[in-house]
Write a protein that binds this ligand. Structure first.
Ligand SMILES: Cc1cc2nc3c(=O)[nH]c(=O)nc-3n(C[C@H](O)[C@H](O)[C@H](O)COP(=O)(O)OP(=O)(O)OC[C@H]3O[C@@H](n4cnc5c(N)ncnc54)[C@H](O)[C@@H]3O)c2cc1C
Length: 491
């Protein structure tokens, strides 16, 4: 969006964590905001679902940087949301993530000093490289603690070195295969390969969790409800159960949206908290230049995942306050495969919830590409079951044979695609690789007055990235001067 909008009516498309936080911010800035959500319930990937009486997470397993002086904690404060009501801190036992490799174990602890210490013990031959890498990490982490990070003022990361690929930096520093493997894990978290992951994103994700790591107390459904209630409390209007079908534009300026149910909503501004390719589908073809359309259509996506949820006997499999990554490396420390596991209280007597997530390529699900959730047939179910069996075997190697295991659900990239409208079931939206960073950056300046993107596709993925993106969207809608004056009052 090139200029702030001139009127008061804003429509937000999508009620994920990005759309809802943009809605709350714009309502705080005195806009009349309507959020339109295609699903009957709000939350998008943030919302958990119930199976067999157990709350199963989709897109919020753990979140970093929610402490009072940390970036996400400060943004929650501006939004008027209580961190302690929703989350509890993990890592009290000294471990946030345990990385299990074939020949060694690495613990991700809380705090940059503890992390550096663990790295130096695990990789004694990498002393000089670690001096340089830790300096980078500390510089970027310090930038994240300044309000300019989430207010989007100036550029807290002016150093162009921050945008080069991690792989290139690690080659230059001639790091060991072991250090490369450890450093590849945060890249997995945002779905980018280490070789092509910009240093800045690697450090942002890592620094966020090192500041402090948190899990939801009562699950993602409650988180979604709390965000929704805050939006309603500020006078926001919510329309669920019917997608936006078209964004109306006249003279290169947004005029409103129409919904599949036939309703028309006039608007001075539209914030699309959805995938940019999904946004294209809502615009007449001549609204954007062919070159812009092509640029968006050619964006590579982050890969999909398959996720399994199972109930296990709580006495045999105690809940763990840290996450487990089992990682399988190829040559030179490249991670070829891996599973992420959590065992947490199931909320029902005697049962804990085991969640496993692993990579799953969209192309592997092509035979069912033109089917919809719930109507994919037996062959699809059998394929899911077979993969579930393999994932459970990998998990049993870590936790031992499972007692009273009850498979609750398995979801695939197709499930996510249909649920939130993300092309190819991409987990974290467009790929934030060094290679396509310029293309991605151009999304922040759509050439239609009154139209901008929010959510994980606007700035960065994850809860931190999606909320950051909503601050950037509010700044675009209100204009820098007004936005900063209001934020100065709030902070
Ligand atoms: C398996 C998995 C695990 C994850 N784990 C973590 C984690 O542990 N920590 C973390 O920080 N992040 C995690 N993430 C990422 C995080 O969940 C996302 O970054 C974040 O939830 C994205 O929010 P969003 O608002 O941008 O998008 P979404 O949640 O996708 O919201 C978009 C919304 O728009 C709606 N919509 C789409 N099209 C239309 C339309 N035409 N009209 C109306 N509504 C529409 C969708 O239904 C959806 O509700 C995970 C993601 C996945 C998939």
């Amino acid at each position: 969006m090139r200029n702030p909008i001139t009127g008061k009516n804003v429509v937000i498309i999508g009620a994920g964590v990005g759309g809802l936080s943009a809605g709350i911010l714009l309502a705080l800035l005195d806009y009349r905001v309507t959020i339109v959500e295609k699903n009957p319930v709000t939350g998008g990937l943030m919302r958990s679902y119930r199976r067999g009486g157990i709350d199963c997470p989709v897109g919020v397993h753990y979140v970093g940087a929610l402490g009072p002086d940390e970036p996400l904690g400060r943004m929650f404060d501006v939004l008027g949301l209580s961190v302690d009501d929703l989350f509890y801190r993990i890592g009290g036992d000294g471990v946030i993530d345990r990385y299990l490799f074939d020949d060694f174990v690495f613990d991700l602890p809380t705090g940059q000093d503890a992390y550096e210490n663990n790295l130096r013990i695990a990789c004694p031959a990498d002393g000089r490289a670690l001096d340089s890498l830790m300096k980078n990490l500390r510089d970027i982490a310090a930038g994240m603690l300044k309000p300019s990070f989430f207010l989007n003022t100036g550029d807290p990361f002016q150093n162009m070195e921050s945008f080069r690929p991690m792989g290139e930096l690690l080659d230059e520093l001639a790091v060991s295969a072991r250090l490369r493997a450890i450093l590849a894990v945060p890249c997995q978290l945002i779905g980018v390969d280490l070789d092509d992951c910009p240093v800045i994103f690697h450090s942002m994700v890592l620094a966020g969790y090192l500041f402090s790591s948190w899990r939801l107390k009562d699950g993602g459904a409650r988180m979604a409800d709390v965000f929704t209630a805050r939006f309603a409390e500020l006078g926001g209007e919510l329309l669920t159960g019917s997608p936006v079908q078209k964004i109306h534009v006249a003279g290169k300026k947004v005029t409103g949206v129409s919904l599949a149910c036939g309703r028309m909503l006039p608007a001075d501004g539209v914030v699309a908290a959805i995938h940019p390719k999904a946004l294209l589908g809502l615009l007449d073809e001549d609204v954007l230049r062919e070159s812009v359309r092509e640029r968006i259509l050619s964006l590579a996506e982050t890969e999909g995942v398959i996720a399994l949820q199972a109930g296990v006997d709580a006495r045999a499999h105690a809940a763990m306050d840290h996450n487990i990554y089992r990682l399988f490396c190829g040559a030179e420390g490249a991670i070829a495969d891996g599973v992420f596991c959590q065992i947490r209280p199931g909320g029902t007597d005697g049962t804990n919830l085991l969640s496993i997530i692993s990579r799953s390529l969209y192309r592997d699900w092509r035979p069912w590409e033109n089917t919809r959730t719930g109507r994919r047939g037996d062959a699809y179910r059998e394929k899911k079951q077979a993969i579930a069996g393999q994932l459970l075997e990998k998990a049993a190697d870590i936790f031992g044979p499972f007692k009273d295991l009850r498979l609750l659900d398995v979801f695939t990239p197709l499930t996510l695609r249909d649920y939130v409208n993300c092309p190819e079931g991409s987990c974290y939206g467009v790929l934030r690789s060094s290679r396509q960073l310029l293309k991605v950056a151009s999304l922040n300046n759509l050439p239609v007055a009154g139209l901008c993107l929010a959510g994980q596709n606007a700035l960065a993925p994850g809860v931190l990235g999606a909320v950051l993106g909503s601050f950037a969207a509010a700044r675009q809608v209100a204009g820098e001067k007004r936005f900063l004056a209001e934020m100065a009052r709030q902070l």
